[in-house]
Structure formats: C-alpha cells, structure tokens
Design a protein around this ligand. Structure first.
Ligand SMILES: O=C1O[C@H](COP(=O)(O)O)[C@@H](O)[C@H](O)[C@H]1O
Length: 233
C-alpha cells in the first residue's frame, strides 16, 4: 500500500489525475481498453475537475460504478446522473461507454441486471478492473459496504443489492470485495477534517472497517490524503 499525503483538495485532484493518466495509458497500450470503476460522493468532484485535462483516447474507456444508488437518473442522488451532467460534456466520453443500472427496477433486480451487463463488457465472470476510484465515508464505508453490515461477508455475488443503507438513499447496488480485491489498482482519495478520525482508525490503529478490507490480491493500493484528513496520523 502506498500512502500519499498532499496539502489540500486541489493537490488531491492533481495527484489523482496523474495516476489516472499513467494507469489509463498503460492499460490502453497493453490491453487496448481501460476499465475503470467510479464512485459517488466527493470522488465525483475530484474526477469532474481532473479528468477533462487528461491526454487520452476517450473511446477506449469503459466506465462502470463501484456502487450506485437505485434512484431515477435525474435525481441528485444518482451517481451516473451527476457524471452524465458534469463529466460527459467536458470530455470525449459518450453515454454508451458507461455501464449503468437499469431504471425502474428493485435493488435486487438492478444488481442482477448490472452484473449481467458487467459480464458482457468483461467477457465473463472475472470482472477485472484496471482501476477502481474509491471514496470513504466518515463511518469507514466504501462502495456501499457499510460497517457491521452482512454484505461485508458476501462471497458468492460479484454485485450485491442493499436496501437498508445507513446513508440515504437506502436502496443501492454495490461491487463486493470479490470484485474490488481483484482490481489491478485501487485509489482512495480522502479530503477534509471530517475524515481524519476514520483515517487514523484505519491507517494508524489498523481497525477492521470496510475501507480497510480493500486490499487487491495482485494489484496496487493507493491512499491519497490531504493534510486535514491526515491530521491525526
Ligand atoms: O454514499 C456514498 O459514499 C461514499 C463516500 O462518499 P464521500 O462523499 O464521503 O466521499 C462513496 O464513495 C460512495 O460511492 C457513495 O455511494
């Protein structure tokens, strides 16, 4: 694991962008495509500011979601909806390159449908992302994997439904650790003082919280943390 401390959120964006530039270029050069998993929350802002500056062949990108809220695409809570409005118009990306959840389904149905779509883009059940862009909530959750939730122990499903998310909205779908820990690269970006206590509990005290369970078996893990979030380390 590599921990990168930076001064502020602007430096998070700069550092994150340089990792994405390198990993996407290598993936496209070596395998012809770049498979990336996006998160919601604060990661959206970092990506919407950083990605438009990349020098890349956007047509080679395949974008999916580490988790998604089961809400209408027009809702402020829809992670894809935000990228659609704030990222697509500023890059060469097209909507068809995003693997999205189907509208109008229950969380259970949406998770199954999303897993089927991932099977198609990955040509099978081995969902090997080149890069997962992860956030962490102040409670230590990542994706929609929350502390003390039974989904933390899900070993059969690649994509799971959750209908009792402690953070609203309650209905979501999420990648499970079976997929997360198969990724070639995982990058957490953590900014702000509200995350400082949790950063300490995970990186210093080594507590077993959801974000701490991200540990790719054959991949690289990076935590990019700003000064405010790293204050208690
Ligand atoms: O609900 C969610 O929260 C996490 C963390 O969000 P943040 O705003 O604290 O960074 C996010 O990574 C996840 O994708 C989202 O659905």
């Amino acid at each position: 694991m590599t921990t990168i401390k930076v001064n502020d959120e602007q430096e998070i964006i700069n550092k994150l962008s340089s990792y994405i530039q390198k990993i996407s270029s290598d993936s496209i050069h070596n395998r012809g495509k770049f498979y990336v998993g996006l998160s919601g929350g604060s990661v959206v802002k970092y990506l919407c500011e950083g990605l438009p500056k990349l020098d890349t062949d956007w047509s080679k990108w395949v974008l999916a979601f580490c988790d998604e809220r089961v809400v209408p695409e027009e809702s402020e809570d829809s992670t894809f909806g935000i990228y659609k409005r704030q990222l697509i118009p500023r890059t060469g990306l097209k909507q068809e390159q995003f693997v999205t959840i189907k509208q109008g389904l229950s969380a259970e149905e949406a998770a199954k449908d999303y897993a089927d779509k991932l099977k198609l883009v990955f040509n099978g059940n081995n969902f090997k992302f080149d890069l997962l862009l992860l956030g962490m909530g102040p409670d230590g959750h990542t994706c929609s994997l929350f502390p003390n939730h039974p989904l933390l122990d899900e070993i059969h499903l690649n994509v799971a439904a959750i209908t009792d998310s402690p953070k609203p909205p309650p209905a979501r779908i999420t990648l499970t650790y079976a997929v997360v820990n198969e990724a070639r690269n995982c990058i957490f970006t953590i900014g702000g003082s509200s995350k400082a206590e949790m950063v300490k509990r995970i990186l210093k005290n080594k507590e077993d919280l959801p974000a701490a369970r991200v540990n790719p078996v054959n991949g690289s893990l990076y935590w990019i943390i700003d000064e405010a979030a790293a204050a208690l380390l």
